[in-house]
Structure formats: structure tokens, C-alpha cells
Design a protein around this ligand. Structure first.
Ligand code: ADP
Length: 379
């Protein structure tokens, strides 16, 4: 019996590798696994598992989630030696993630040199942002060096943008939409006609909303104070804002929204309230970029599953005409706005893996023309 043709999607992070296999013809999910990694030996074992999994299928292409595509990669790329070199050159922009994303690319290239691999970037979707939404008020020389807002969660936003026309009417789907991706990492994207015009994450995924353990936007004087006045080492400061802040830092209990929602501790309530207020503020500020609002979409772990959080965020936005209805909201239904709400509000589960599978299929099987990579725009 011949093996089923499949596309393998790999999302490799620092603490786990997630794989999913999709049928090459209709992209239905055939198989998948999440392997936790605790050490180097754990990584080798995880990779051996992936190779075993690959043997059971006729792999026609491998799609990788790659966090950083820099300024130039505004679309997924078939990985050639030149592309791989470019991905490596981007490591300094995402030192915590990019090396983990690249490692399986190299290993699969050695084990299966003839299987095409595709890099799908978290940053690409935002390359449609206008220049004013890409630059910081810092010296021009630093901007020219690449210290700009790249934005992240692009594969999630691209997926939502692709399914929105099935869910919302045309005015909303083609109009001014804010998508709130609220998971362990959290960000928002303002879209017009399905394309990103502004986003809350910036040069790194630390910017914007408060998250599970990340601080989100803070006074840039704060890390300076810790270094200059309190004598902390950069590594300590990084740990504070990356791993010990956000929901975990404010609550002192957990980074997990479920735990906080169940807790009666006032510090847990404060963390949840701050999360909702910051999310609403971010959404309101994105309304400026859009010049109005035709739809609000919630997605990812918290956005898809936490009615209390959606309700609180929307209550802060009621003056903009955003009103939820408690019955559909409490059941995580697709449309959760009240009948009189000026702005429709939706809950749409995201699927970054499927987005990667679609791109990989398009590039390796359907042979869509290679996407045009715009040369670095002069900033
Ligand atoms: P990641 O960014 O790691 O992919 P997820 O999108 O899975 O994260 O989101 C994880 C977050 O979603 C956690 O804070 C978790 O508590 C929250 N979450 C998941 N299910 C629920 C739920 N039923 N109610 C509230 N929060 C939830």
C-alpha cells in the first residue's frame, strides 16, 4: 500500500516542538504531536520522533513557523541555501526564538535533501503597514538599522483574515477590523480590506499588551532604572520583563488566565482587570489607525474561551458602539454582539498550522509563482 501524501508542519520553540501532518490533497489533519523538550538529549529524542513520524508518510513538503522574516520577507519562502543564510542573519532580532525555528530545517535538509521546505513568518503579514506605523520616535540612524516595528502573530492574523468573509458580512470583512489574538502571547492587529495597517507588538514580541509573563508596553525608563540605579545585569532585567511580568507578575499567582479567573485573591482580580483595560486601550488606539471600526474579532486561548474577558474588554469599548450579548458570549458562539451593537463582535478560532500548510502546499505542489520579495524599502 502506498503511503499517504502529506505536508508536515513544524512549530519549534524553546520548550516544545509541535508537528502536524496534513493530507496533501485537501489539508485535513492526519496526525500530530507536541513534544516537550527539557534538555539537549530531549531535543535529539524529539527529532528522532519526528523522523519516525515522517517515515509513515510520503512527505511532499515541510512548512516551518519562523518567527522573524525581517523587513524583506513579506511572504513565505521556499528555503534555499540563500534563504537559510538570510534566516540565520536575522537571529539577533529574535535570539530566543529564531535559532529553535532554524534547527529542524537544517536537520530535515540532511535527512531528506529532496523534500522542499518552506519558511512561514510571523512578521510577513505586517509588511503592509504604512511607514508611520512602522517607525519609533528614535534616532533615524537606528530606524535605518532596522529598529522598527515588525509585529508578530502574522500567521494567526492571516488565517483570521482568510476566514472572516465566511463569518462576517462584506462591510465588516472588507472593512475596518481589529483582531485580538489573546493567548499566552497577546497582540492586536488593525486590518483594512484584510491587510494589516497597525499592530501592537513591535521590534520584539515584548511590546504592546500585557501577556502571560511578558510586561507589554512599559515606560522605557523602567529597565534603564533597574540597570542604572539598581545595578541589575541586562539578563536579569530581561528575565523580569519576559518571564516574571504580565499576568504572572501582577497576580503573583499564575500566568494562566483560567487559574486567575477561578481565584478569589484580589491580586488575581487586579491582574485580570489590568489585562482587560490594557486590551481595550490598545483596541481604542487602533481605531485611530482605522478611522472607525466595522468589526472586532477575538481569537487564541483567552480570546476563544474566556467570556468574562471578552465582556470586560467590550464594556470598556461600549462608547465606541461595541456591545456583547451574554447568552452567545457565554457559549463562545461565533457572533457575540448584542442586537443593537453598532460594531459586530466575533469569536473565531485561529489555526496557524493550517495557514502554514496552505502556504506550503501552494509553494511546493501548486507551484504558485514565487512570491515577490520587495527589496528593503528605504526607511
Ligand atoms: P499560546 O500563546 O501559548 O499558543 P494559547 O493561545 O493556547 O497560548 O492561550 C493560552 C491562554 O489561554 C492561557 O492563559 C489559558 O489560561 C487561556 N485559556 C485557555 N482556555 C481558557 C478558558 N477556558 N478560560 C480562560 N482562559 C483560557
Amino acid at each position: 500500500m502506498s503511503k499517504p501524501q502529506a505536508i508536515l508542519v513544524i512549530n519549534a520553540g524553546s520548550s516544545s516542538i509541535k508537528t502536524k501532518l496534513y493530507a496533501a490533497d485537501d489539508l485535513r489533519v492526519l496526525d500530530g504531536q507536541k513534544i516537550e523538550i527539557t534538555d539537549e538529549a530531549g531535543y535529539d529524542k524529539a527529532f528522532a520522533d519526528i523522523l519516525d513520524q515522517m517515515k509513515r508518510y510520503d512527505i511532499v513538503g515541510v512548512g516551518h513557523r519562523v518567527v522573524h522574516g525581517g523587513r524583506d520577507f513579506n511572504a513565505p519562502q521556499v528555503i534555499t541555501p540563500e534563504v537559510l543564510e538570510a534566516l540565520e542573519a536575522l537571529v539577533p532580532l529574535a535570539p530566543l526564538h529564531q535559532p529553535h525555528n532554524i534547527r529542524p530545517v537544517e536537520q530535515i535538509a540532511r535527512a531528506y535533501p529532496n523534500v522542499p521546505q518552506v519558511a512561514c513568518f510571523d512578521t510577513s503579514f505586517h509588511r503592509t503597514m504604512p511607514r508611520l506605523n512602522e517607525i519609533y520616535a528614535i534616532p533615524r540612524a537606528l530606524t535605518d538599522e532596522g529598529m522598527i516595528k515588525y509585529g508578530f502573530h502574522g500567521l494567526s492574523y492571516e488565517y483570521i483574515s482568510s476566514v472572516l468573509p465566511e463569518v462576517a458580512d462584506e462591510t465588516a470583512a472588507k472593512g475596518r477590523v481589529i483582531v485580538a489574538h489573546l493567548g499566552n502571547g497577546a497582540s492586536m492587529c488593525a486590518m483594512k480590506d484584510g491587510k494589516s495597517v497597525a499592530t501592537s507588538m513591535g521590534f520584539t514580541p515584548l511590546d504592546g499588551l500585557m501577556m502571560g509573563t511578558r510586561s507589554g508596553s512599559i515606560d522605557p525608563g523602567l529597565p534603564l532604572h533597574l540597570i542604572e540605579q539598581k545595578g541589575m545585569a541586562p539578563g536579569q532585567v530581561s528575565k523580569i520583563f519576559q518571564k516574571e511580568s504580565g499576568l504572572k507578575g501582577v497576580s503573583g499567582i499564575s500566568s494562566d488566565m483560567r487559574v486567575l479567573l477561578q481565584s478569589s485573591d484580589p491580586a488575581a482580580k487586579e491582574a485580570v482587570d489590568l489585562f482587560c483595560l490594557q486590551a481595550a486601550r490598545q483596541a481604542a488606539s487602533l481605531v485611530v489607525d482605522l478611522g472607525g471600526l466595522d468589526a472586532l474579532v477575538f481569537t487564541a486561548g483567552i480570546g476563544e474561551n474566556a467570556p468574562e474577558i471578552r465582556e470586560k474588554i467590550c464594556a470598556h469599548l461600549a462608547h465606541l458602539g461595541v456591545n456583547t450579548e451574554s447568552a452567545p458570549n457565554s457559549k463562545n458562539e461565533t457572533a457575540i454582539h448584542a442586537p443593537g451593537s453598532k460594531v459586530p463582535v466575533y469569536v473565531i478560532p485561529t489555526d496557524e498550522g493550517l495557514m502554514i500548510a496552505r502556504h506550503t502546499k501552494a509553494l511546493v505542489l501548486d507551484k504558485t509563482p514565487a512570491p515577490v520579495v520587495t527589496p528593503s524599502r528605504k526607511l
